[in-house]
Design a protein around this ligand. Sequence first.
Ligand SMILES: Nc1nc2c(c(=O)[nH]1)N[C@H]1C(S)=C(S)[C@@H](COP(=O)(O)O)O[C@H]1N2
Ligand SMILES: [Mo]
Length: 245
Amino acid sequence: MKRRYFLGAMMAAITTGCSKLAETKPVAALLESSDDWHKAAHRLIGGRYSLAREFPPEDISPFFRGNGTIQPDSPKYLAHLANGFADWRLQVGGLVERPLSLSLAELHSLPQRTQITRHDCVEGWSAIGQWTGPQLGGILALAGLQDRARYVVFRCADRLGGDEYYESVDLIDAFHPQTIVAHSLNGHPLPVRNGAPLRMRIERQLGYKHAKYLTGIEAVESLDWIEGGNGGYWEDRGYHWYAGI
Ligand SMILES: Nc1nc2c(c(=O)[nH]1)N[C@H]1C(S)=C(S)[C@@H](COP(=O)(O)O)O[C@H]1N2
Ligand SMILES: [Mo]
């Protein structure tokens, strides 16, 4: 698709996508039930729609460590790496009106968001980094969610102990403004240890939700039939699915 048309289609999709988001129950209920704006502001500040803290550039950690998989070893991934990820594609499918297969160039041509945030891993370490990429909400608007969609599943290129890493969030986190498909860390393409060439940043969630080596995004109605049925690799091993911070 030519870039001009791609962008045009995307802006149209985002416009409809936003009105669709506003129509979903939690947002509409919040706006309608707040006759006094103070109450709404309060709920926004404390609630799930509020932003994670962002930091100034001087707070960026000198080294952003890797955790979990730091070097996928499948022949397919290694071939992509050797090729500079030129043929990497992000598949967007499941309960969408228009399944997409996005190249890195197409992801770069979408409106970009840059944010400096703190990553918190349950294993007891944190790091601050600057992440850049398109918002997941814009990509979902482009694909058009079907009404039945309730969750978004993230597919990854790596395996841990033989099983595929995967994750999922609900639509509140999926459309959160700081939820982005990041291609860059601190102004450079993602290092392999941090998820090259694409990873999720879901800033209101703990580290294990931030799927690295992202190959696919799937809108689903239920998580019950995916892998172990608990919505994520670590969730299938006992971690909480909702890891909000
Ligand atoms: N695909 C994939 N994503 C993953 C992991 C992984 O092993 N594989 N580990 C998770 C965990 S537990 C954390 S804390 C972060 C680590 O991100 P980093 O390697 O950039 O520090 O990635 C998360 N996403
Ligand atoms: Mo983690």
